[in-house]
Write a protein that binds this ligand. Structure first.
Ligand code: PMP
Length: 392
């Protein structure tokens, strides 16, 4: 059984507000905070750099999270590189591929800036970027197949869109990319921890957030690299080398070669038990719960005069607008009237969001800890705001 009351005990902050911005970042459970406290208060040292007891324990705990994440995703832990966030994971790929002039990246009109700007920035090196159009939050039928060709080096797509919550058939696109001899990168920022994943070993690169569906602390993420030899290191320094002289250096294998410098040790150590919590709840159960709450919000807002809902039914990321009101103003009112935290504006996906409304949207997103009562409170508060606007 999905014990929501017990789960919410893990997140004390939830008693102070109605948090509906989990698509941006999740609240952090006690078990993660306690693991970070233990690191700071009991054994803090640097990772992989010491023979003394504290340093050994730090390295063990840090590497334990890598093992957990690998097990959780069904991929080998030594193909997982820790990063600050999803954005950095994607940039590791953009900077690590040895691009040639004329190479092409195929992406879609549904992407977060994190999965668009790194590719656009490559254009000055002669890389071409093709953006496949979208329709109603989905990639245009046959669009990827049509866009992928002999020059395509990489297909870069998100799995669940952060504006509309629509699910993209990334397994099918992996096949299309591989049939054309191209690689595929999947931005899993909105899916991992929220829903059962397709077989992750189908992808060449998987950009993983630690601080969203996995409930880890902010400043955590990872990149899965199927074949580490396809990427060069793009940041250099200590901890990544086997041998150094003044003329040359030999790099360590993955993951060390992609993790120079002192990483976010407490964050990664906190991420381990957070993944444990997600595992204990079960992603299938989390998905069912989040969908139920999402559908409640969707039904309530869709039936409301003066409110436009952009996300399809079944989504757990619900974008909407109140007629005649700026999204930011609606977000401020929701906070003032009912302590409801929602995102407003472009959601770092300006092309997609502006295609819905040039001013952006209000976005309510559900987490594993969101209740039906919170969904109802949002619907009531939006209803009040819409009525006040209509009668003003
Ligand atoms: N891609 C998508 C689809 C996202 O929703 C987000 C976060 N909103 C990102 C990438 C960027 O994630 P991060 O903040 O972990 O860099």
């Amino acid at each position: 059984m999905y014990d929501l009351a017990a789960l919410r005990e893990e997140f004390p902050v939830l008693s102070t507000c109605i948090y509906l911005d989990s698509a941006a970042t999740s609240q952090t459970p006690r078990c993660a905070v306690e693991a970070m406290n233990a690191y700071f208060f009991e054994y803090a040292a640097n990772h992989g750099r010491g023979a003394f007891r504290l340093a050994r324990r730090t390295t063990e705990e840090y590497e334990r999270t890598r093992e957990h994440l690998g097990e959780f995703l069904g991929i080998p832990a030594d193909h997982l590189v820790f990063s600050r966030n999803t954005t950095e994971a994607i940039n590791l790929v953009a900077r690590g591929i040895c691009w040639e002039k004329g190479d092409e990246v195929v992406t879609t009109a549904l992407e977060h800036h994190a999965n668009l700007l790194p590719w656009l920035a490559l254009r000055e090196r002669g890389v071409r970027v093709k953006v496949v159009p979208q329709e109603g939050g989905y990639v245009q039928e046959g669009g990827i197949q049509e866009a992928v060709g002999r020059a395509t080096r990489l297909v870069a797509v998100n799995h669940v869109t952060n504006v509309l919550g629509t699910v993209i058939p990334v397994e099918e696109y992996a096949q299309v990319a591989h049939d054309a001899g191209a690689a595929i990168l999947v931005d899993a920022a909105q899916s991992i921890g929220h829903m059962p994943m397709p077989r992750t070993d189908l992808f060449d690169y998987l950009a993983i957030p630690g601080h969203k569906g996995l409930l880890g602390p902010q400043g955590t993420g990872a990149l899965y690299i199927a074949d580490p030899d396809t990427l060069a290191a793009s940041c250099y320094g200590g901890g990544m080398v086997a041998d150094v002289s003044h003329d040359q250096f030999t790099l360590l294998p993955c993951p060390a070669r992609f993790e120079p410098g002192t990483p976010n040790i407490p964050g990664v150590i906190g991420l381990g038990p957070a993944i444990g919590l997600v595992k204990a709840l079960g992603v299938g159960a989390i998905h069912r719960h989040e969908r139920e709450v999402g559908e409640r919000i969707h039904a309530g807002l869709s039936a409301m005069p003066g409110v436009t809902v952009y996300s399809p039914l079944g989504s757990t990321v619900i974008s909407f607008n109140v007629a005649g009101m700026a999204p930011d103003f609606v977000a401020v009112l929701l906070d003032q009237k009912a302590g409801i935290c929602v995102r407003s504006g472009m959601h770092c996906a300006q092309p997609l969001t502006q295609s819905l409304d040039p001013r952006g949207t209000v976005r309510a997103s559900v987490g594993c800890y969101t209740t039906n009562d919170e969904a109802d409170a949002l619907v009531r508060a939006v209803g009040e705001i819409a009525r006040e606007k209509a009668t003003a």
